[in-house]
Design a protein around this ligand. Structure first.
Ligand code: NAI
Length: 488
């Protein structure tokens, strides 16, 4: 069987396969779903366009979707996050390097932005679908919402007869997206519309992508149902927090090997990701200062024992600055100019607009030196008495995936078990009227199921409610155990 794909180096497949094998052992949620649903094949007929960091853990997710009957095409959702050996192993699958028999992957570490949007288009363009739209994708699995955004922008563009709308567009990337839309329009004026018509839904992985989906739904523009995987408790309260607690120091260490203990670390944002980041840095012995705009999160940070300050007040104090807000323009060029010599600046939120990289490159006389890939020194006032520099990780993109390999398998097993269940939910309920063009979260009983699948691996003994106790609490013995409004 031959199929199209584009990765860095297929000969890395064996190395990738070894890592995937070990990851499977650490991903009991996904492996249990394979055991539970393998025979039933609930995803038979599903054609999933996946856009999510192409890591070893994602390889286990992809192969789980395939084991449940799906056909899949995959791209990464970040230009630096692919683990090339994982991509190679997924392409080879049960075949060989000479005759791959796995899944078409379009992802490599160090894509350009043009490459990135090309890969996004590849996962939505299925072989044969131009002649027969039924062969195109019918589900999207997204992280950050770029695949969903591309499709929505494409449909909007076609509906407007090839006139671009300026709304919700970010300059440099938008120019690249627009080029792709123009090229498609020149060949086929209904390419995106045809694809969108067959999409039965999207499952979205992260806070930033979910935010985009709710905006589309509020404007009445969402073209298909969406499941917000991020807000499953077993996703955002685990991956965003405990995953970051692991992968943030991992990224800083691999990038710089600077001792964190004794340093001052400034964490911008104290949501789920910020909480994990602050805890990790404190765990390494740093004195952590938090910045926040939300009084509740600011008070939480204070109660957790962190100093809470405005960024401007602590610029000269910090040795490390980490953004975790999912917002834009958090650390600006003027801020970076006020930092101490060799301060480390990194972002762990989804997009690169948290740190003003464009402004940094425009600082008069600034000199950028590559220390190694994804680690750059930016020198100010070179040659003068005032010469100093800062170190920027992953060019302002999420550093845990750019400088390290992202979250560890066990926590991703929780996130990806939610993804798998959400895909089954949308695919098997399509046509029943249960899901409209709105954003949904998975029912709590399924959230509890995901947690349950991970207990045995950690030797957790779960106490069982007696019937009497369950009646007293007004819950079922088998769950769900909490009301929808409970916050954990
Ligand atoms: P969240 O909404 O729980 O937390 C963000 C916090 O930042 C909020 O408390 C908000 O009040 C605060 N904030 C907003 N603007 C701010 C500003 N200008 N200054 C200081 N604080 C500000 O979101 P969550 O779940 O923590 O996610 C944050 C980002 O991280 C998102 O972009 C998400 O997609 C991404 N993410 C990245 C992961 C990774 O592996 N790198 C994993 C999970 C999420």
């Amino acid at each position: 069987m031959s199929f199209d794909y584009k990765i860095a180096d297929i000969s890395l497949a064996e190395a990738g396969r070894h890592q995937i094998r070990l990851a499977e052992h650490e991903m009991p949620g996904l492996m249990s779903l394979r055991a539970e649903f393998g025979a039933e094949q609930p995803l038979k007929g599903a054609r999933i366009a996946g856009s999510l960091h192409m890591t070893v853990q994602t390889a286990v997710l992809i192969e789980t979707l395939v084991a449940l009957g799906a056909e899949v095409r995959w791209a990464s959702c970040n230009i630096f996050s692919t683990q090339d050996e994982a991509a190679a192993a997924v392409v080879v699958g049960t075949g060989s390097v000479a005759q791959p028999a796995g899944v078409p992957v379009f992802a490599w570490k160090g894509e350009s932005l043009e490459d990135y949007w090309w890969t996004a288009e590849q996962i939505l363009s299925w072989p044969g679908a131009e002649q027969d739209p039924e062969l195109g994708p019918n589900l999207i699995l997204d992280d950050g919402g770029d695949a969903t955004m591309l499709l929505h922008k494409g449909v909007e563009y076609e509906a407007a007869g090839g006139v671009p709308s300026a709304a919700g567009t970010d300059s440099e990337e938008w120019v690249i997206v627009l080029d792709r839309l123009r090229a498609a329009q020149a060949q086929d004026g209904r390419k995106w519309t045809r694809i969108a018509e067959r999409i039965q839904g999207v499952t979205e992985e992260t806070t930033t992508g979910v935010h985009r989906l709710y905006q589309l739904a509020e404007q009445g523009k969402l073209l298909f149902p969406a499941i917000n995987v991020n807000d499953s408790v077993t996703k955002s309260k685990f991956d965003n927090k405990y995953g970051i607690r692991h992968s943030l120091p991992d990224g800083i260490n691999r990038a710089t090997d600077v001792l964190i203990g004794g340093k001052v670390a400034v964490v911008c944002g104290y949501g789920d990701v910020g909480k994990g980041a602050a805890e990790a840095l404190r765990g390494q012995g740093a004195r952590v200062i938090v910045t926040e705009i939300d009084p509740i999160c600011a008070l939480q940070a204070a109660m957790d024992g962190y100093q809470v300050a405005k960024l401007d007040s602590v610029l000269g104090e910090g040795h490390l600055f980490i953004t975790t807000t999912g917002n834009k323009d958090v650390i600006m060029a003027e801020h970076m100019l006020g930092m101490r010599d060799k301060a480390i600046v990194g972002n762990i939120g989804h997009f690169d607009n948290e740190i003003d990289m464009a402004g940094l490159s425009r600082v008069p006389g600034v000199v950028k030196t590559e220390i190694k890939p994804q680690v750059h020194e930016w020198v100010f006032e070179q040659g003068s008495d005032a010469e100093r520099s800062i170190i920027v990780l992953s060019e302002g993109r999420l550093l845990n995936l750019g400088n390290a390999t992202g979250h560890p398998s066990f926590v991703m097993s929780n996130s990806f078990a939610n993804q798998t269940i959400a895909q089954i939910e949308l695919f098997t309920k399509h046509g029943t009227g249960e899901y409209q063009n709105q954003v949904y979260v998975l029912p709590k009983i399924l959230d509890e199921k995901v947690a349950r699948l991970h207990l045995a691996a950690l030797d957790v003994e779960l106490t069982e409610l007696s019937k009497d106790q369950a009646e007293y609490l007004d819950v079922d013995v088998a769950g769900p155990y909490k009301a929808e409004h409970y916050r954990y």
